[in-house]
Design a protein around this ligand. Structure first.
Ligand code: AMP
Length: 178
């Protein structure tokens, strides 16, 4: 018997929290997954496998859960890690990009000297919802002159239009779709 849609064992560690951070939002909580060593490692290995042969120079992680997944992936892949942060957190000269989230407007920043032009990077976050964050991160890091090879998220929330906002033809890997 084969079933291409069998979920990995670690998927059972994701938890739905209703009405967080505000009414109407079904929050996908990855904390129980992070708390289990074997399942956390399995999830990181699955996300990393997508990029293993693509000669990345760095993983770009989006604050804050993208830091956890992205930094673990960077170690797994043997490459560097660059944080994309909420405003006012990075100490050096920054580039800034504004965007709209599923539940609020915000902006993100990256150090202007974070990566050399031409560096090959993948952008990592935990959840793809409307796609606003990932698309903003794409335009932000491209202003550094880097080569964005694609993006990866653990969970894609289908029906919020995120994938449709992502650049056609640019890889967007998601491990689980709900
Ligand atoms: P979006 O820009 O709408 O794709 O939202 C993605 C960002 O917001 C990611 O950084 C997620 O961590 C967070 N996020 C948005 N919606 C959810 C959700 N339903 N559950 C968990 N995280 C979410």
């Amino acid at each position: 018997m084969t079933d291409a849609h069998v979920e990995p064992q670690w998927a059972s560690r994701l938890r739905d929290i209703a009405d967080f951070p505000k009414p109407g939002i079904l929050f996908k909580d990855i904390m129980p997954l992070l708390a289990d060593g074997d399942d956390f490692r399995a999830a990181i290995q699955a996300m990393s496998a997508r990029w293993r042969d693509l000669r990345l120079d760095a993983v770009v992680g989006i604050e804050s859960r993208g830091f956890i997944l992205g930094a673990a992936m960077a170690l797994e892949l043997g490459v560097g890690f660059v944080p994309v942060r909420k405003p006012g957190k990075l100490p050096g000269k920054v580039l800034r990009e504004e965007y709209t989230l599923e539940y609020r407007s915000d902006c993100i920043e990256v150090h202007a000297d974070a990566l050399p032009a031409g560096a090959r990077v993948a952008i990592i976050d935990d959840v793809l919802a409307t796609g606003g964050t990932l698309v903003a991160a794409l335009s932000l890091v491209r202003r550094l002159g880097v080569d964005v090879v694609g993006a990866g998220v653990l969970v894609e929330l289908d029906g919020l239009g995120g994938r449709g906002r992502w650049e056609a033809g640019l890889p967007l890997h998601t491990e689980l779709v709900y």
